[in-house]
Design a binder for this molecule. Structure first.
Ligand code: NDP
Length: 334
C-alpha cells in the first residue's frame, strides 16, 4: 500500500505553542520539545514513531532531541528519525531544530565513548548518516569526560561547527566548575555554548540548587530540561501500581525500587494539587518548570500521541500562586 504524502497541519504555528529565546542567541525553541531517548528505537514500530513525530510537528514542536546511542538498540532512534526525515520531514528541514550528542557508550573499543576528538568527530559523521541530514542544529558533549583534557573536547565541538556539521554547540550534565571553563573556552573560540541540558523536575531540582541555571543565564546560554516528568513518575500512571506497558515495567533506567512509599505519598499529594488546579499531574509538573523564564524548553518523552497531547496542555496554565507553590514544597517534603 502506498502511504499518503505527509502534509503538516497548516495551523501548526497557531495551535498554542510559544517559542522562547535560548539565552543571548538567535534561536527560538518551542516551550515543549520532544526527545527520542525511548519509544523511537528499533524495538518500537516505525508507524508509531511516525505518528508521534508527525503529531508533534503538527502541534508546533519544532525541536527534536536525539543522541548517538538512543534506541534501543544504540543508534536506532537516529535511524528511525532518518527514515522519517526522508519520507516526511525533508521539505521542512528549515523549520526543524535537530540535536544530537556524543559522550556515552556507543560503539565497542576505546573510541566509542567519552569525549576525545577521535570519538566526537567519528560520532557526528555517523549521526548525520543515520539521520539523513547534512547538519544538525546543535551538537552536545553528552557528559563531561574527566580523563580527556577539556580543551580537546571543546576544540572538537568548535571544529564540528567550523566544518558545517553543526550550527551550534551545547553541554549536557557538566558539573558547575567544569561548565564554567567550558563556557569560557567556547566563548574565546567564537562558538559560544547556546544550550545547557540538564535533568530538572519537581523531584530533582539540582540545576537550581547548584546554580547551573543561573550560570547558563549569566553565560548567555539557554537551559533545556530533560526528564521533566522524572521518566513518568510525575504523572498519575504509577498511582495504582506499575502498569504492564510502562517504562518501569519494561526494565531499564527507571527501576521499580524508585517507587518507595515516600515517593508514592509525594506523587499522591502532588496529584491532588494538580487536580485542584484543573490539570493532570503531568501538566502541572511541566508547567512548574516553565513558570521560570530561564528554562528555555522542556524535553518530554512520550510513548503515545495521547501523552503528547496531555503534555501540551501544560502550556495553557504556567502560573502558580504563592499558596500553590507552598503546597508543592510541602508535598515534596513528605
Ligand atoms: P520524561 O520525564 O518526559 O518521561 C517520559 C515518559 O513518561 C514517557 O515515556 C512515558 O512513560 C511517561 N509519560 C510522558 N507523558 C506522560 C503523560 N502525559 N501521562 C503519563 N505518562 C507520561 O522524559 P524522558 O526521561 O523520556 O526524557 C526526555 C528526553 O530528554 C529524552 O528523550 C532525551 O531526549 C532527553 N534526555 C537527555 C539526557 C541527557 O543525558 N542529556 C538523559 C535523559 C533524557 P511510559 O513509557 O511508561 O508510557
Amino acid at each position: 500500500m502506498i502511504e499518503p504524502i505527509y502534509r503538516p497541519a497548516e495551523d501548526r504555528y497557531q495551535s498554542g505553542m510559544k517559542y522562547r529565546r535560548a539565552g543571548r542567541s538567535g534561536i527560538l525553541l518551542p516551550e515543549i520539545s520532544l526527545g527520542l531517548w525511548h519509544n523511537f528505537g528499533d524495538v518500537d514500530t516505525l508507524s508509531g514513531s511516525k505518528r508521534k513525530l508527525h503529531h508533534a510537528f503538527d502541534r508546533g514542536i519544532t525541536h527534536f532531541d536525539l543522541a548517538n546511542n538512543y534506541g534501543p538498540s544504540d543508534g536506532s532512534a537516529e535511524e528511525t528519525f532518518g527514515q522519517i526525515m526522508k519520507s516526511s520531514f525533508a521539505p521542512y528541514r528549515d523549520e526543524l531544530f535537530i540535536s544530537t550528542k556524543a559522550g556515552h557508550d556507543m560503539w565497542p573499543g576505546p573510541y566509542g565513548t567519552w569525549g576525545s576528538r577521535k570519538s566526537l568527530m567519528a560520532s557526528i559523521d555517523q549521526s548525520l548518516r543515520r539521520m539523513n541530514v547534512e547538519y544538525v542544529d546543535i551538537f552536545y558533549s553528552h557528559r563531561y569526560d574527566p580523563e580527556t583534557p577539556l580543551e580537546e573536547t571543546m576544540q572538537a565541538l568548535v571544529d564540528i561547527v567550523r566544518q558545517g556539521k553543526a550550527l551550534y554547540v551545547g553541554l549536557s550534565k557538566y558539573p558547575y566548575d567544569v561548565a564554567g571553563r567550558a563556557y569560557q573556552y567556547l566563548h574565546e573560540h567564537d562558538v559560544p555554548c547556546l544550550l545547557y541540558q540538564g535533568r530538572y523536575n519537581l523531584f530533582n531540582q539540582a540545576p537550581a540548587q547548584e546554580h547551573i541555571l543561573e550560570q547558563a543565564h549569566e553565560q548567555g546560554a539557554g537551559f533545556i530540561a530533560f526528564s521533566p516528568l522524572a521518566q513518568g513518575l510525575l504523572t498519575s500512571k504509577y498511582l495504582k501500581g506499575i502498569p504492564k506497558d510502562s517504562r518501569m515495567a519494561r526494565g531499564g533506567f527507571l527501576k521499580p525500587d524508585a517507587l518507595t512509599p515516600e515517593v508514592l505519598a509525594r506523587i499522591e499529594a502532588l496529584n491532588d494539587i494538580a487536580l485542584r488546579r484543573g490539570q493532570t499531574l503531568a501538566e502541572m509538573a511541566l508547567a512548574w518548570l516553565l513558570k521560570d523564564e530561564t528554562v528555555t524548553s522542556v524535553i518530554v518523552g512520550a510513548s503515545s500521541v495521547e501523552q503528547l497531547d496531555d503534555n501540551l496542555k501544560a502550556l495553557q496554565n504556567t502560573n502558580f500562586s504563592e499558596e500553590e507553590l507552598k503546597e508543592i514544597d510541602e508535598a515534596l517534603s513528605k
